[in-house]
Design a protein around this ligand. Structure first.
Ligand code: DGL
Length: 266
């Protein structure tokens, strides 16, 4: 059986595009619909129950557009609502935390792993639990970095102010002797270069984009959900005016970028 319906992907903003890009790379025959909930960004400082409510609204939006599965390309929404979404909706739902934890647990040699994430993700301790499920001998330090999402969304990823803030967030993790740093927010791969400059070559920096796309590919394959048509279509939506979103997306996707449409969720 084949299935030409698109894969739904969502985040609070541009962060999930790091996952979308990898899905396009690993599943070039699949159509996608992406929604960035920029009107209500950032999710990180909000209570988990509010993020869950937003996630449910976005799931309904994607299902109305006929998606065959959904990738929650947001760690905060994954922490807040993954299991509830799986219970409530009739399509497979993939989160980013398990794949990110796997990448980190497998990369570490000294079993000392640092995680940077939003305040809500850190409060959920989902990275701690997922890394421990994979390797109970690992030690995990989670650090909330509340300023980073706004800086990325503002296109400030490479400014000297951002670098100074990153230095202060990363110092305690470096001090713990971690050899692996998990970027536990999908916005953070857009900060990979300054992060790597600060932590140096001794610390391996991993994110969940590659492993989440690999998990998505596996689910498409084992459930026989592959698109059997030759053409693919990609749609991009954002919940506020699209200018800033478009600017960052264009840098990431270049000429292949589909037009960004503005949408209101009720
Ligand atoms: N990119 C998201 C995450 O992975 C959300 C960040 C935010 O809106 O605070 O957690």
């Amino acid at each position: 059986m084949a299935d030409h319906r698109p894969i739904g992907v969502f985040d609070s903003g541009v962060g999930g595009l790091t996952v979308l890009r990898e899905i396009h790379r690993q599943l070039p025959r699949e159509s996608t619909i992406y929604l960035g909930d920029t009107a209500r960004l950032p999710y990180g400082p909000r209570p988990l129950r509010e993020v869950k409510q937003f996630s449910f609204e976005i799931m309904r939006f994607l299902l109305e557009r006929g998606v065959k599965m959904v990738v929650v390309a947001c760690n905060t929404a994954t922490a807040a609502a993954l299991n509830d979404m799986r219970k409530a909706f009739p399509v497979p739902v993939v989160g980013v935390i398990r794949p990110g934890a796997e990448a980190g647990a497998l990369a570490s040699r000294n079993r000392r792993i640092g995680v940077i994430a939003t305040a809500a993700t850190v409060r959920s301790h989902s990275y701690f639990s997922n890394v421990k499920d994979i390797n109970p001998a690992a030690q995990v330090w989670e650090r909330a970095c509340p300023k980073l999402v706004d800086l990325v969304e503002a296109g400030q990823a490479h400014s000297s102010a951002t670098k100074a803030i990153l230095r202060s967030y990363l110092a305690p993790l470096i001090g713990q002797g971690v050899d692996t740093l998990i970027l536990g927010c999908t916005h953070y791969p857009l900060l990979r270069q300054p992060v790597e400059e600060i932590v140096g070559p001794e610390i391996t920096v991993v994110d969940s984009a590659t492993t989440t796309a690999a998990a998505t590919r596996l689910i498409v394959e084992v459930n026989r959900l592959e698109n059997d048509r030759d053409c693919t279509e990609h749609e991009l939506y954002s919940t506020s005016p699209t200018e800033q979103f478009e600017c960052i997306a264009e840098r990431m996707f270049g000429a292949e970028l589909p037009q960004v449409r503005s949408v209101r969720l009720s």
